[in-house]
Design a protein around this ligand. Structure first.
Ligand SMILES: *Cc1c(COP(=O)(O)O)cnc(C)c1O
Length: 333
């Protein structure tokens, strides 16, 4: 029942799905690595936000919105993909960004500009998410006062609606693993605004409700907010499930490994840089220093801790982040 409710919700078809689940090399413990290529969701060069935007934009179109507003760090992948979604759907898109306008737009900003979005630089530091959210709300009010009908999306698209995209992803992963003839031990991924995590936890609860065995869902936190427990992922997952008439999330379902953030969001770590090289050398995968590199360092770290062994299959969701690789300092030396 929950999956038919999910299928009946408004959804804009923006992502190229299903994404591939690729076999990787053995981890040092002997466990088998699998890489879920959510960096290849297609929308505006891809990444995890495409899945959330399918439901967020589905709602926007359903409600008759004529423009999109969202917010993020200067090199926000979410903002870049929202700009691409706006272009695809014919919706004017406004992005509230941290930092000052640079002399030259690079990486995600250059792409967002190319997709036709309006970039609003706030001068706010990237870790001050509260101030950025307030700026999004005031811009939304200004646009409404000008007679527009904005659909305003919080940071990372991490709402109950957005998280539904990762309920879909969880089921997709389980079906792919089943078709390949294995049951995954763990699904590991990078978490910053918590919506991906909430969706996976919700999807796992649905799957468990069907009587299936379920893997661990292990989030590697790369922003201070999620590392300190914000948003409350269990609550967000429960809200998401409520939208499809389901329940069953338990607090113990939420596991966030907070050891891989380093100094702060978007500040590279030595372990993250090593993980970027590991993935590049062994599979030609391109991870970035803000998200997937740190996330994968968490996967390698848990492997080194002895969490898995030769019989285990560990799925890493590659959440994207390619454009930041081409911004200054985007890759380790
Ligand atoms: C946004 C993002 C994440 C984290 O997803 P959340 O749902 O915000 O936690 C991970 N990796 C990349 C590349 C991202 O852009």
């Amino acid at each position: 029942m929950p999956l038919s409710r999910l299928a009946s919700l408004p959804r804009a078809l923006l992502a190229t799905l299903p994404t591939a689940l690729e076999p990787g090399p053995r981890l040092p413990s002997g466990a088998t690595l699998w890489v879920k290529r959510d960096d290849l969701t297609g929308l505006g060069v891809g990444g995890n936000k495409a899945r959330k935007l399918e439901f967020l934009c589905g709602q926007a179109v359903d409600e008759g919105a004529d423009c999109l507003v969202t917010v993020g760090a200067g090199q926000s992948n979410h903002c870049r993909m929202t700009a691409a979604a706006g272009a695809r759907l014919g919706l004017e898109t406004h992005l509230v960004l941290s930092g000052d306008a640079p002399a030259t737009l690079l990486g995600n900003q250059a792409l967002a500009h190319l997709f036709g979005a309006h970039l609003h630089f706030t001068g706010v530091p990237s870790s001050h998410w509260g101030a950025l959210e307030i700026a999004r709300e005031s811009l939304t009010e200004e646009l409404a006062a000008d007679g527009l009908r904005p659909h305003s999306i919080p940071i990372g698209g991490s709402t109950a609606v957005g998280a539904l995209g990762y309920v879909v992803a969880f089921v997709e992963i389980m079906q792919q693993c089943d078709a390949l003839g294995f049951a995954p031990t763990a699904i590991v991924f990078t978490s910053s605004s918590g919506g991906t995590h909430a969706g996976l936890v919700a999807g796992r609860a649905v799957w468990r409700g069907f009587g299936h065995a379920v893997p661990d869902v292990l989030a590697i936190g790369v922003a201070k907010g999620v590392v300190m427990g914000l948003p409350d992922v269990a609550e967000l997952a429960a809200e998401s499930l409520a939208l499809i008439g389901a329940s069953g999330v338990e607090r113990a379902d939420v596991e966030i490994d907070t050891r891989w953030l380093g100094e702060d969001y978007a500040i590279p770590t030595a372990a993250g840089d090593d993980a970027i090289r590991w993935a590049a050398h062994r599979g030609g995968w391109v991870l970035d220093r803000t998200y997937s590199g740190k996330g994968f360092s968490g996967l390698l770290g848990n492997d080194a801790d002895g969490r898995w062994g030769a019989d285990d299959n560990v799925v890493f969701i590659h959440t994207g982040g390619l454009p930041a690789v081409f911004a200054p300092g985007g890759l380790p030396d």
